[in-house]
Design a protein around this ligand. Sequence first.
Ligand code: UDP
Length: 266
Amino acid sequence: MSRRRQIYEGKAKILYEGPEPGTLIQYFKDDATAFNAQKKGTINGKGVINNRISEHVFTRLSHIGIPTHFIRRLNMREQLVRQCEIVPIEVVLRNVAAGSICKRLGLEEGDPLPHTLIEYYYKDDALGDPLIAEEHIACFGWASPEEMQDISSMAIRINDFMSGMFAAIDIRLVDFKLEFGRIWDGDFSRIILADEISPDGCRLWDMKTGEKLDKDRFRRDLGGEEEAYQEVARRLGLLENADGGPGEVLDMANHRSRMRNTPPKK
Ligand code: UDP
């Protein structure tokens, strides 16, 4: 097999040239970083689970008419996506106070917000992804006002849909981050949802116990991050086949026991 050309390596993913023009392969790593990459580690099996969770969420979002870069999952750690020009803005949706907003505004973690907040951060690791206003986006031309209209209306629909999807499995969607891209067709471009949606970029709390089921387990050294990510996938129905047997993701987890010549769990 010929070696693929690597286009970009990020903190949790690698992008390779895709099989056709205008496509990329998105590879999910087990690497985890926090606090602007000052803290580094790995979460075993995270890439496999995030690939599957992201496939699920993007597919469901496409069913409600959100255009996305996702084409199809290729294997345990890779998906085929449309190549796009990433808008250099992280879009954060908040339903409950947690993380940086608590520090910035002196809120208590878990405080309900009067209504959903949408925030924008400039994507620049060297600057630590600073919080910006729409004024900055317009002033520096990072996205046009029309693009920002598409981005904000899609982000709000995505939040509504995902809040319901997670509520149905007893998970509170506290906050999450989205990234969007531009696809060019001659002189015209349109905005699509890009990157990934997984417990790496969402705060997910168990509705009954308040237990954290996301990357905060890693950020705060709470332990049990593998189990937490698996629990999200399990509740989304991604770890079991229709016949009740283990699905592909769990199969992967059982791979080692198969190698030791023991039958896979049924
Ligand atoms: N987030 C992310 N990537 C970033 C910054 C934030 O995925 O570079 C996600 C984060 O996981 C959380 C939400 O966006 O779900 C809000 O993050 P916050 O601003 O509270 O920052 P943090 O506490 O992660 O520093």
